[in-house]
Ligand binder design. Structure first.
Ligand code: MLT
Ligand code: MN
Length: 308
C-alpha cells in the first residue's frame, strides 16, 4: 500500500497569496469554509508510514510539517520521519523549502542534474550540508529506489520522466523565448510505486501531449497540474500579463485542456494540485468546481489523504 498526504494544494504564492486582494483571497482570509486556504504544492508519500518522502520542498514546508503529525519527530531529541525529498523542478515554490531542512538531520535529496546544478551553483543551499543530505541525481525513465539514510528499505521506487515545461522564472532572462520551453530536466513528472500500488505526479506540465496522455492512461491515481482553469484568467482578472501557456502550465478548460484530454484515459483518480489563487476551482461553490467534479476530477486540499 502507498499512503499519499497532500501537504499543499496551491500553486506558487499559496491561497490566499500575500499580496492578493481578490474576492476569493478575501474569502479565504475570512475563514469561509467554501474558500479553504491552501499552502504551496507538495505531497508526502510513504509505503510503511514510517519513512516519508516529500515531493517538492515548498516554502511552506515548516508549516506543512507542523500540520501533519506523521511528519513530526517521535524518537530522541533530534529525528524526523522524513527520509528524503524528491524535486520535480527548480521553481522557487519547489526548492525554497530546502532551506527549512538545514538543521543537521540526514536526508536524501533526489533531483534531475539540471536542478542539482542550480542548487550546486547557489551557495545559499550549502546550508543544507551535502555530507548529511547527499544530492542524488534522478535519471529519466529509470526506476530508482527511494532510500532512507539508514540503509533500510522504504518500499518505494520512483521513475522520473520529462514533461513539456519551462526553465524556472529566475532563469528566463538567460534564454530566448523559444529556448525557455526547451528546458531539459527542468520539468519532471514522477511515477511512484510500492507495495503493489502506483501513481503519477504531474503537477507542472505545459501540455497534455500524446506522450503525456499515454503515460497517464490506466494509472490508478494521477495528480494533475491544476494551475489555471482558463489560459488567460490572470489577464482577465487583471492580475498578470501571462497566459498559462507562457508560464508552462496547461489549463484545465479548452479543447487541449487537461479536462478534455484526460477524461477518456481510464485514470482511476484524477486530482488537481498546484492550483493558482486565481483558479475558481478553489471555491467549493463555483460552477467551475461543480464542472470538474461532475467530469470525475477531484480538487486537492491541504491534509487530503489518499491510500492505494
Ligand atoms: C510556476 O509554477 O509557474 C512557478 O512556480 C512560478 C514562479 O516561480 O513564481
Ligand atoms: Mn509553481
Amino acid at each position: 500500500m502507498i499512503c499519499v498526504r497532500v501537504l499543499g494544494a496551491a500553486a506558487g504564492g499559496g491561497f490566499p497569496q500575500w499580496n492578493a486582494n481578490s474576492e476569493a483571497c478575501r474569502r479565504a482570509r475570512a475563514g469561509d469554509p467554501a474558500a479553504r486556504a491552501a499552502t504551496q504544492a507538495s505531497i508526502a508519500v510513504s509505503a510503511d508510514e514510517r519513512h516519508w518522502f516529500i515531493v517538492n520542498a515548498s516554502p511552506d514546508l515548516r508549516q506543512q510539517i507542523e500540520a501533519n503529525r506523521s511528519l513530526q519527530p517521535t524518537n530522541g531529541l533530534r529525528s524526523s520521519p522524513i527520509s528524503g525529498i524528491v524535486l520535480t523542478n527548480g521553481d522557487v515554490d519547489a526548492i525554497a523549502g530546502l532551506l527549512h531542512l538545514r538543521e543537521g538531520t540526514q536526508l536524501q535529496l533526489y533531483a534531475h542534474p539540471a536542478v542539482l546544478k542550480v542548487l550546486d551553483e547557489n551557495p545559499v543551499f550549502d546550508v543544507v550540508d551535502r555530507a548529511i543530505v547527499p544530492r542524488r541525481p534522478l535519471e529519466l525513465e529509470v526506476w530508482q529506489p527511494l532510500c532512507p539514510a539508514s540503509g533500510e528499505k522504504s518500499g518505494l521506487e520512483v521513475k522520473a520522466f520529462a514533461l513539456p515545461g519551462k526553465v524556472p522564472l529566475y532563469r528566463e532572462g538567460e534564454t530566448g523565448e523559444d529556448a525557455m520551453f526547451d528546458a531539459d530536466g527542468f520539468t519532471l513528472g514522477l511515477e511512484i510505486r510500492g507495495g503493489g500500488a502506483r501513481f503519477a505526479y504531474v503537477a507542472n506540465c505545459g501540455a497534455i501531449t500524446d506522450a503525456v496522455a499515454a503515460r497517464l492512461a490506466g494509472m490508478p491515481l494521477a495528480f494533475i497540474d491544476g494551475t489555471l482553469f482558463t489560459d488567460d484568467e490572470m489577464i482577465l482578472q487583471g492580475v498578470g500579463r501571462k497566459t498559462g501557456r507562457r508560464m508552462g502550465h496547461v489549463s484545465i478548460s479548452g479543447a487541449d485542456g487537461s479536462l478534455e484530454r484526460l477524461k477518456p484515459l481510464g485514470i482511476g483518480r484524477k486530482i488537481f494540485i498546484h492550483i493558482n489563487n486565481t483558479n475558481p476551482i478553489l471555491l467549493a461553490d463555483s460552477p467551475e468546481r461543480r464542472q470538474v467534479e461532475a467530469e470525475g476530477f477531484e480538487v486537492a486540499h491541504d491534509g487530503m489523504e489518499v491510500r492505494l
